[in-house]
Design a protein around this ligand. Structure first.
Ligand code: ADP
Ligand code: K
Length: 449
């Protein structure tokens, strides 16, 4: 079953456009009536809902940004009250507070449908078993893939992330045909199978649907060879719905993913000016929800860099396709699939008296795993208190006050930001300082290969 909703996925473009225009008009009236934030934004811009007649009028509207969601934490962007909500998800925000998103029952139905379309495009069929190794919880990945797989008629194994030993065992014992996880975790699993002498032909998996972080053709090749699968790219973000905004077709895999355009309208704009760019040019992907009820969003600035094309596609689907994500316009880091902003780390450091929020983050990739080293300065007072000794990993290890502090910082970061870091303590004044220009607090040494 290659296409889950053929009548919608292959809708001739003139009809698709008419449907988008109609839905957009409705969505704009809806947010204007129900979300004070949008009413104010449109009023300030001198736009009446009736001015937006179709998708070509979208550039008249201001962008919505992560910052707007943060300023309206937790529920200020919602268009419905609690009694109409069916679920909440959240992802990391730029500071300590997460970005909260909500769904009505109808939104969850749409979420399941777009993920089912994605899974079908990725090779999934009713009756197949999906080993879902995306994290369950506030993160949209686990439950998102879960709902879509059930919708498609698959049998879902809700393994969630981590505990690799157990994942290997369950894959060998249950024999799933499909796996969903981050591309880097798929690489980890491939390596673990290899270590155990299990050949790719002996692994039951046939398809992998991978996303939540950027990846490359080289990673695709290593996962496909290591697990004996055909891997496709799933893209999405919680602000729009979660995973399943777009997916590649397993029979094409040209690096182009179908955007489910009857629900999410894509634009590509210039990263600095915000001006719409012609088809095929790379810029920031901006998405507008056309059918969301709980948290509709107009022109969301994803920060993700890519291009789109509306060239006819081999599968017969008529929806626009997007390229792989080439990078981001902001300082968001994606570490093992988790979004991390340097400012989140800074917030945590501000709450620890023994250190200063002078720090540097070094991200590298050891094998298939992202590793983070956080170098942070001791506060003057604490530094004197421990006798102002030269700091090295050995010294910290030997001094119980220093090693306890190092563990405390790592624990608080893990607890608040969700990533494990290796903490190195620096003496006061030795972390990089801004020399007028933009301070580079992050060194990302990862080569995606
Ligand atoms: P979190 O992972 O913290 O819950 P989101 O799911 O909202 O937050 O993360 C969305 C972001 O993850 C996207 O804006 C994009 O930067 C990145 N992302 C998701 N899927 C992909 C993909 N297939 N390729 C590259 N980046 C992706
Ligand atoms: K992510």
């Amino acid at each position: 079953m290659p296409i889950f909703q053929p009548e919608l996925e292959t809708l001739p473009r003139p009809q698709l456009k008419a449907l988008q225009d109609e839905r957009l008009r409705e969505q704009v009236h809806y947010v204007y009536a129900r979300v004070p934030f949008y009413r104010q934004r449109l009023d300030e811009a001198g736009i009446k809902p009736g001015d937006i007649r179709g998708v070509e009028d979208l550039p008249k509207l201001p962008f919505t940004r992560k910052k707007d969601l943060r300023e309206h934490y937790p529920f200020g962007m919602f268009a419905v009250g609690r009694e109409e909500l069916a679920r909440i998800h959240a992802s990391s925000g730029t500071t300590g507070k997460p970005t909260v998103v909500g769904y009505t029952r109808g939104d969850l139905e749409v979420f399941a449908e777009v993920v089912a379309r994605s899974l079908a495009a990725a090779g999934g069929e009713p009756g197949m078993m999906l080993h879902n190794a995306y994290g369950y919880g506030l993160f949209t990945g686990g439950l998102g893939l879960h709902g879509g797989a059930e919708k498609l008629g698959m049998l879902v194994v809700p393994v969630s992330g981590g505990m690799t030993e157990r994942q290997i065992m369950l894959i060998q014992d249950f024999k799933p045909e499909m796996i969903s996880c981050t591309p880097s975790y798929a690489q980890t699993l491939a390596e673990e199978f290899k270590k155990r002498g299990v050949a790719p032909e002996e692994i039951s998996l046939k398809y992998a649907v991978l996303g939540a972080e950027p990846w490359t053709e080289a990673i695709r090749k290593s996962v496909e060879e290591g697990l004996g699968v055909r891997a496709t790219n799933i893209y999405g973000l919680s602000e729009i719905i979660g995973p399943g905004v777009s997916n590649e077709d397993v029979h094409e895999r040209e690096g182009l993913s179908y955007i489910w355009e009857d629900h999410f309208y894509p634009e590509i704009v210039h990263p600095e000016t915000g001006e719409p760019l012609p088809e095929g040019e790379t810029g920031v992907l901006v998405l507008t929800t056309l059918t969301k009820k709980a948290m509709p969003i107009l022109r969301y600035w994803t920060g993700d860099l890519t291009f789109i094309t509306r060239e006819p596609a081999p599968s017969g689907r008529t929806h626009a396709r997007m390229g792989q994500i080439r990078g981001r316009t902001d300082d968001m880091l994606i570490i093992r699939g988790v979004n991390v902003y340097p400012t989140q780390i800074e917030e945590v450091l501000k709450g620890i008296a023994e250190v200063e929020p002078h720090y540097q983050i070094v991200v590298s990739r050891q094998g298939t795993l992202d590793e983070v080293e956080l170098k942070v300065e001791l506060a003057e007072g604490f530094y004197r208190h421990i006798g102002a000794q030269m700091l090295s990993d050995e010294v910290v290890e030997a001094d119980h006050q220093l090693s306890a502090l190092r563990d405390k910082v790592a624990f608080k970061i893990k607890d608040n930001v969700g990533v494990s870091v290796k903490v190195s303590l620096l003496s006061p004044g030795t972390a990089p300082r801004s020399e007028g220009g933009k301070l580079k607090r992050v060194a990302d040494l990862r080569r995606l290969s």
